[in-house]
Design a protein around this ligand. Structure first.
Ligand SMILES: NC(=O)c1ccc[n+]([C@@H]2O[C@H](COP(=O)([O-])OP(=O)(O)OC[C@H]3O[C@@H](n4cnc5c(N)ncnc54)[C@H](OP(=O)(O)O)[C@@H]3O)[C@@H](O)[C@H]2O)c1
Length: 294
């Protein structure tokens, strides 16, 4: 397969790759997935896992060099992937991203809305434009790819997985816009599941907990400057491949909601059934481990 990057404003002229409906025992053989924000991090490992389980995968990101490098590594492994540079907060880009996927592979069976930018700043100090950027990335960066892909996902009775966070379930100090954005898409998933109950489509949310990050991962500070993420206790973190395997299982089983990590599930349970106690534990944890919340 060709190695190429579809740059913004240069739509692909490729003929679709024939996706075989083979009798292979691989769960995703013959299926095509689009994973946003898959040039790095959890998105990259999710794309790798889906491709290892037989899928053809469209990779996406903002940086052509990183996207090409990810494509090269996957191609070396013999995985069927293609790439498209597109900003998921831009509607025209999202239409082109979906068009490129259809041109490359001829069908679409699954969308994983993974691309996101995060933050570490208290609301008091937060520049209002940074709040909007983080919300845009998490909300419109989910809505636009979904809206663009919808006709094809309906046709294939496909699967949609919103990548959310445990922090969408009960908030996280220094993450106001991020938590608000992730909570918005969790609610959107529920509404769409009801609206599309008779379409045969799968609409799911994966609430990810603490995960080991790429060393160069950056989030916004109060003024919008890129900074490393806050400290996370290593023993509480899943690895990216572990998270990717859980996302693949979530899709295979067409689950509505998956909450990752023991701490995440405890968090979800406590904030639902014992919200005051959950807040007190979180406030205690802020005093005990302040580096996690700055
Ligand atoms: N890591 C965790 O502990 C954790 C916990 C809970 C939830 N999550 C969620 O898991 C997902 C992946 O997180 P991660 O840790 O893997 O983050 P990451 O390493 O920062 O990866 C995010 C990816 O999204 C891309 N991206 C960002 N904005 C984009 C845009 N507008 N258009 C296209 N691509 C864009 C980034 O590209 P560039 O590098 O070019 O910017 C990057 O490839 C996110 O939804 C995140 O909220 C992560």
């Amino acid at each position: 397969m060709d190695t190429y990057v579809n740059k913004i404003n240069t739509p692909s002229t490729h003929q679709p790759t024939q996706i075989s409906e083979s009798t292979s025992t691989q769960p995703f053989t013959g299926k095509v997935f689009l994973v946003t924000g898959s040039e790095s991090g959890i998105g990259r490992e999710t794309a790798r896992e889906l491709a290892r389980q037989g899928a053809a995968v469209m990779l996406n990101g903002l940086r052509p060099d990183r996207l090409l490098e990810t494509h090269r590594l996957f191609a070396e492994e013999g995985l069927l992937v293609d790439t498209c540079v597109a900003d998921v907060t831009n509607w025209d880009d999202c239409q082109r991203l979906v068009d490129t996927t259809m041109l490359a592979f001829g069908r679409l069976d699954g969308l994983i809305t993974n691309a996101s930018v995060s933050m570490r700043a208290y609301f008091n100090d937060l520049d209002i434009d940074v709040f909007r950027t983080v919300c845009d990335s998490n909300i419109y960066g989910t809505v636009y790819p979904l809206k663009a892909a919808l006709p094809y996902l309906k046709a294939s009775r496909g699967s949609v997985t919103f990548i959310s966070s445990v922090s969408a379930l009960n908030g996280l100090p220094s993450g106001s816009a991020y938590c608000a954005g992730k909570a918005a898409v969790s609610n959107l998933a529920h509404t769409l599941r009801l609206e599309w109950h008779d379409t045969g489509m799968h609409i799911g949310v994966v609430h990810i907990g603490f995960t080991r990050n790429d060393p160069d991962k950056r989030v916004f500070d109060a003024g919008g400057q890129p900074v490393p993420i806050a400290h996370r206790p290593p023993n509480l973190q899943m690895t990216q491949p572990q998270v990717a395997q859980r996302i693949a299982r979530h899709i295979r089983q067409r689950r509505q909601i998956t909450v990752l990590t023991g701490t995440g599930r405890l968090n979800a349970f406590m904030s639902r059934y014992f919200p005051h106690l959950a807040d007190r534990i979180l406030l205690w944890s802020m005093r005990r481990w302040p580096r996690m919340y700055e």
